[in-house]
Design a protein around this ligand. Sequence first.
Ligand code: EPZ
Length: 432
Amino acid sequence: MEQYIIKGNTPLAGEVVIGGAKNAALGILAAAIMSDETVLIDNLPDVRDINVLLQAIEDIGATVIRVDKHAVKINGSTIKSMCIDLEIIKKIRASYYLLGAMLGKYKQAKVALPGGCNIGSRPIDQHIKGFKALGATVNMDHGMIEASADRLVGNHIYLDMASVGATINIMLVAALAEGKTIIENPAKEPHIVDVANFLNSMGAKIKGAGTDVIRIQGVEKLHASEYSIIPDQIEAGTFMVAAAATKGDVLIKNVIPKHLESISAKLEEIGASVEEFDDAVRVVATKRLSHTQIKTQPYPGFPTDMQPQIATLLALSEGTSTVTENIFENRFKYVDELARMGASIKVEGNVAIITGVSSLMGAQVSAPDLRAGAALVTAALVADGVSTVDQIYFIERGYEDFDLKLRGLGANIEKVDSEDEKAIKKFKLKVG
Ligand code: EPZ
């Protein structure tokens, strides 16, 4: 099985270019099938989740032409099936966006019920609440969700929590419903705004994305569009934290600094410096950082998708920090792995109490999920000695060329097969 092998204790230095936002791209690719004309989308991240969703879109009959690894043309006029099977949804939960897209366009859709995952149960009751409010009948049968409607009519929907997925799925259906839809308490993440902007580029009428109320005037149909996806705020934040953790000096390019404000503020609070440019941020840390308190919140609060990474940084900071995870119920699985590297973290309910240590030791660790995997790589970059991180397919779901980008910043990291003793020995000889 493939793994990363990493020799730590090298400050990251240089420049890295951030790719397109995975969590915007997933909603945008689903929305693209709602037109019967050709849509060109670029700045797509070349990551597993995107490639799986594109395969699902092709499987239902849409025309998918990969222009290059970061651009695709989609035409939904050739869709034949309204059913997304379990195999696909097991690979990627976000294929449930096709439920909203097909319900909105064809007034019918059938998608396997997404299970929980490594960070929590992740129910979709708010998605279903929105579909029903717009006039759909939703049935669960043998692990499948079936949604259908004679007519889809706009409504006033109040979300019980600011769910990213539910906000996107409801926007997709409401875009082609009759009349006006108001979504109260929507998620406000940058990727919500990006999906709304993309739908508007296809002729939808959506106002207020990114604010506390989204207003949607349904239209008859959606037309062709050419669209470029926003940069990935979480990939950018991951490199910002890695730069600070390794006491490096990194220019992170192709970002929207405003999207990174909560991360930049926390890094500056604990003693790193963050310099903002139009489409880049430079992160420098020269001394041991200090402790702080983190509470994950919906945007613009500190993102839950940056929680494992910042906790890793605080594991090396001076003093005692706390990290409170308010979004998901099981997002501390990486703590045991960090403890094996010498971190001192105690989890009580949804709070991790972190006592900073002066150094970590290299170890063999396993990525329990996407963002925790990125955090363990960050820990290995700082640790004394050689570490291996396995189950890296989790990491490759959301980070394009993660090892190559880190190597470009001076990190001693390679992707090897865990059975390939020769490659491992060669790496160890090379890094000394
Ligand atoms: C999206 O997941 C992201 N995934 C997640 O990123 C991210 O962590 C999350 O938003 C929060 O920002 C994609 O965009 C593909 P939610 P989503 O609906 O939409 C509960 C990553 O690392 N909830 O905002 O599933 C839910 O259980 C991934 O890239 C309900 O109770 O998140 C959670 O506790 C991990 N009922 C909270 O709300 C619902 O119907 C927020 O979930 C929906 C959600």
